[in-house]
Design a protein around this ligand. Sequence first.
Ligand SMILES: CN1CCC[C@H](Cn2ccc3ccc(-c4n[nH]c(N)c4C#N)cc32)C1
Length: 240
Amino acid sequence: MRIDVVTIFPGYLAPLREALLGRAIAAGLIDVRVHNLRDWTRDVHQAVDDAPYGGGPGMVMRPQVWGEALDDVLGDEPARLIVPTPAGVPFTQATARRWKDEPRLVFACGRYEGIDQRVVDEYASRMPVEEVSIGDYVLVGGEVAVLVMVEAVARLLPGVLGNPQSAEQDSFSDGLLEGPAYTRPVVWRGREVPAVLRSGDHGAIARWRRDRALERTAKRRPDLLAALPEDALDQRDREF
Ligand SMILES: CN1CCC[C@H](Cn2ccc3ccc(-c4n[nH]c(N)c4C#N)cc32)C1
């Protein structure tokens, strides 16, 4: 997969080159290119924003510079354009799973009050464009959202995670939150690891883990339980 990110703060994307993702990039599993939007400005001040039509607080990012940048970055290679925005469709694990099969993702990171809407409209007329949000809170720009989304997608790519089973057993992969995890020592500050996890009874362990996931999901995210398909829970599951 090729990933392009257009931003006025390229340094914000430096974490992509660290640790697991950095190793995947170095191994050629992912091709990540970060572009400075200001490289496409033509004025001495490298202006990328202007006052909003209709008034209101803040500034809006100008369409001209975004058009020249995206025309160049996109070239002729098919891609999906992703525009982070608090007004976007929620980004979920299902989104990450859908995007992992894309040959190329191009992320447009807005700042200020966002990007002139005509940029999205222009590119949506010729390619897949998605305006997405990573959560119901307001950030200062799109870069952090891109870090989140790129990590969520990249970890699903073959060879990126050391243990591919980890992605298959993700939180949300069965629609439930993950339950608690434990490791050595068996007792820590007087708190003991649940005996079932040390029993060697894999059936009992699987049941215990599902029960804890159901319990946690019912308590913290009842909306996820309600969204499960009818046949996803058996009678016993419904006791939580
Ligand atoms: C007060 N204004 C309101 C409009 C947005 C302004 C800041 N901003 C500019 C570009 C931009 C891109 C994404 C996000 C963002 N915020 N929260 C999320 N879940 C996001 C996502 N994905 C925020 C952004 C601040």
